[in-house]
Design a protein around this ligand. Structure first.
Ligand code: ATP
Length: 352
C-alpha cells in the first residue's frame, strides 16, 4: 500500500495548451481515487505519468513520499489495467496472470499459488487453462485485473477498464472491482469519462477539464456542493439544468413567473442558476411558475424524464431543454403545458 502525490505535474504536447496543467493531488494510502472528465481533459495522460508511461515535463510524482518522476515503469511498483486488457493471445489465462511474476524470478510453485488465489477471488478458476480468445468480455476483463492483482503492487492504475463491456456487465463489474479494491486496500487511481462510474466507485473523485483540476471531493459532496457550474453540470444524470444569464435584482431572480431567492453570497447581477432534474416540482401553469411545453417524455420504469422548453424565450437553458425527473405514476404527455417550481430553495445552485 502507498500514498500517491501529484505535485504540480504538467505535460504539454505543444498543441497550444498543456494536456495536464499543474496538477496537484494527494491520494491517501488505500484510497480509490477516480479521475473523471470529458474526452481529452487529460485523465489518461495524468495516469500514464503516474505509471511511468509518459514523461513529466515539470512537477513531481511521489509514491509513498519518494519522488519517482524519473523512474521507469518497472521500478515504480504500479500495475496498470488497460481498456483493451492487453492480454497475450497465445498464453493461457494462468500464464497471462503469472507472466510478470515468473519474469521477476518467482518460482513456478509460488507463481501458481498466487495465480490460484487471484483466480479464486475473480471467479476464474474454471478457465485458467483457456486462451483469451475462448473467454467472454467480462472474463477477459477479470484476467486483466488478475494480472495486476497477483503482483501485489503499491498502486493500481486503471484506464477505462470497463469500456469494452456491455452496459449490464459494466454495472456488475464496477461493483466487483470496487469491492475487490476495498478488500485488497490497494491504493487505486481509476480513469473514466463516465460520471456514474466515478460516483459509484470512488472514495473521492477528481474532476478535470482541459487539463485543469476543477474539484476533488467524495462523490456525495461533489454532487451536493459543486465548486463551479462545470462540475455541477458534469456530475449527475440527467445533468443539472443550467439557466444562463439570469438577472438578479433585489436578491431574487425570476425565471418566467418563478421567483428564486438568491443566496446572500451572490454578489453579481448576472448569474447561472442550476436546478437538478429531481429538484423541480411539476405543477399546473400559474403566475408563479416557470411555464414550459413538454417535448419528450422518457419512460424508465420507476421514473420519467420530462424534456420541456420554457415558453418565456428570455429564459436561456443550456442545451435548450429543461429536464425534469418525476415519478412513474404522474401522467404527462408531449404537448402538455406545465408549470415548474423549486419548492426547496436550498436545492438551487448559483454560479457567477
Ligand atoms: P479520453 O477520455 O478521450 O481518453 P483523456 O481525458 O484521457 O481523454 P488524454 O488522452 O490525457 O485525455 O489527452 C489529453 C490531451 O492531450 C488531448 O487533447 C489529446 O489529444 C492530447 N494528447 C494525448 N496524447 C498525446 C500525444 N501523444 N501527442 C499529442 N497530443 C496528445
Amino acid at each position: 500500500m502507498a500514498s500517491v502525490e501529484f505535485d504540480s505535474v504538467t505535460r504539454d504536447f505543444g498543441s497550444g495548451r498543456p494536456a495536464v496543467d499543474q496538477l496537484s493531488l494527494d491520494i491517501t494510502d488505500g484510497e480509490f481515487l477516480v479521475l473523471v472528465g470529458p474526452s481529452g481533459c487529460g485523465k489518461s495522460t495524468s495516469l500514464r505519468m503516474l505509471a511511468g508511461l509518459e514523461p513529466i515535463q515539470s512537477g513531481r510524482v511521489l509514491i509513498d513520499g519518494v519522488d519517482v518522476s524519473g523512474r521507469a515503469l518497472k521500478s515504480r511498483d504500479v500495475a496498470m489495467v488497460f481498456q483493451n486488457y492487453a492480454l497475450y493471445p497465445n498464453m493461457t489465462v494462468a500464464q497471462n496472470m503469472g507472466f510478470a511474476l515468473r519474469n521477476a524470478g518467482m518460482s513456478k510453485g509460488d507463481t501458481a499459488t498466487a495465480v490460484d488465489e487471484a483466480a479464486r477471488m475473480l471467479e476464474l478458476t474454471d478457465v485458467l487453462g483457456r486462451k483469451p480468445s475462448a473467454l467472454s468480455g467480462g472474463q477477459r476483463q477479470r484476467v486483466a485485473m488478475g494480472r495486476a492483482i497477483v503482483r501485489r503492487p503499491k498502486v493500481f492504475c486503471m484506464d477505462e477498464p470497463l469500456s469494452n463491456l456491455d452496459a449490464k456487465l459494466r454495472v456488475s463489474t464496477r461493483a466487483q472491482i470496487a469491492s475487490l479494491q476495498r478488500r485488497l486496500e490497494t491504493t487505486t487511481v481509476y480513469v473514466t469519462h463516465d460520471q456514474v462510474e466515478a460516483m459509484t466507485m470512488g472514495d473521492r473523485v477528481a474532476v478535470l477539464r482541459d487539463g485543469v483540476l476543477q474539484q476533488v471531493a467524495p462523490p456525495r459532496q461533489l454532487y451536493l456542493d459543486p465548486d463551479n457550474a462545470f462540475v455541477a453540470g458534469f456530475m449527475g444524470s440527467p445533468a443539472m439544468n443550467l439557466l444562463d444569464d439570469v438577472v438578479v435584482t433585489e436578491g431574487a431572480a425570476t425565471l418566467g413567473g418563478l421567483a428564486l431567492h438568491a443566496p446572500s453570497a451572490v454578489a453579481t447581477s448576472s448569474v447561472t442558476v442550476g436546478v437538478r432534474p429531481e429538484s423541480w416540482e411539476l405543477t399546473s401553469p400559474s403566475t408563479d411558475t416557470l411555464d414550459c411545453r413538454i417535448d419528450l417524455v422518457e419512460e424508465l420504469g420507476a421514473e420519467q424524464f420530462v424534456h420541456c422548453t420554457p415558453l418565456d424565450r428570455a429564459v436561456g437553458v443550456r442545451g435548450g431543454k429543461v429536464v425534469v425527473r418525476i415519478d412513474h405514476r404522474r401522467s404527462v404527455a408531449v404537448g402538455d403545458r406545465i408549470g415548474l417550481q423549486v419548492p426547496d430553495a436550498d436545492t438551487s445552485y448559483w454560479f457567477d
